[in-house]
Ligand binder design. Structure first.
Ligand SMILES: [Zn+2]
Length: 216
C-alpha cells in the first residue's frame, strides 16, 4: 500500500470515528436506577433511656432486634431501602430522629416501640400518629397499613390507630409509631423476646411498609 492510500484510509477512519462518536454509548451503558422508596426505621429509646422495663427485659433492646430484622429482610426487596436511626445501644434525642429522616429526604418514618401498662392483663398492638394528622394524610395511611399488617399477623388484640402528642410532627414525611405489644403483659413479653416471634413481627412491619409504598 502506498503512502497516499494509507493516509487516505487513515483519514476516512478518523472521519468515520468522529461521525459515529455520538451514536456510541458513552462509558458503561446501564438503565437509570429505579427510584427507591426510602424508609427510616427508628428503634425507640436506647443508651441511658431503656424505655419500658418488665421482667428483666428492656424495651430498647427488643425494638433494636426487631428493627435490625426489618432492615435485613428488606434486602430481598430492591425497590425499598430501610435505614435505621440507631444500630447499637445508644441514645438518640427525639428531635434528631425526625431530623435524620428529613435530612435523608425519606419517604416514610416508622418508629418501633413496646407499650407498658400498670394492669398486667392489658395487651395488644396499636399504631400512633401525631394528633394533628388529617384522616386522609400519608401518616394515617402508613399507620393503617402497619396496624392491619402487624395486628393481622400477630395473634394479639387489635387496638387500632390512635392519635397522640408525639415528636412525629417534626418529620416532613408520612410518620407513624408502632407499639408492637405490651412488655408488662407476661404472655406478650415472652413472645416479644422470642427470636422467631421477632422475625414474624419484623416481617409484618416490612409487609406494612411495602403495602404503603405500593399505594404511593
Ligand atoms: Zn417506647
Amino acid at each position: 500500500m502506498n503512502d497516499r492510500r494509507r493516509w487516505g484510509i487513515a483519514l476516512t477512519l478518523a472521519v468515520l470515528t468522529l461521525w459515529a462518536q455520538p451514536l456510541l454509548p458513552q462509558g458503561d451503558y446501564a438503565p437509570p436506577p429505579t427510584p427507591r422508596f426510602v424508609v427510616l426505621v427508628d428503634p425507640g429509646h436506647g443508651g441511658a433511656d431503656p424505655g419500658a422495663c418488665a421482667g428483666g427485659i428492656e424495651e430498647k433492646d427488643v425494638v433494636l432486634e426487631i428493627a435490625r430484622r426489618v432492615q435485613r429482610m428488606s434486602l430481598a426487596y430492591p425497590d425499598v431501602e430501610i435505614l435505621l436511626t440507631r444500630r447499637t445501644d445508644v441514645f438518640v434525642p427525639l428531635a434528631d430522629r425526625a431530623e435524620i429522616a428529613n435530612r435523608i429526604d425519606g419517604d416514610a418514618f416508622v418508629s418501633i416501640h413496646i407499650n407498658a401498662h400498670s394492669i398486667p392483663s392489658v395487651g395488644g398492638v396499636e399504631t400512633l400518629v401525631d394528633r394533628g394528622a388529617a384522616n386522609d394524610s400519608g401518616s394515617v395511611q402508613l399507620a393503617a397499613a402497619l396496624q392491619s399488617s402487624v395486628a393481622g399477623r400477630m395473634d394479639l388484640r387489635d387496638r387500632g390507630v390512635k392519635r397522640a402528642e408525639l415528636f412525629l410532627h417534626r418529620a416532613e414525611m408520612p410518620a407513624a409509631l408502632l407499639e408492637v405489644g405490651f412488655l408488662t403483659n407476661a404472655a406478650e413479653r415472652a413472645l416479644l423476646t422470642d427470636p422467631a416471634y421477632q422475625d414474624t413481627v419484623a416481617g409484618a412491619i416490612l409487609e406494612g411498609i411495602l403495602r404503603f409504598a405500593d399505594g404511593r
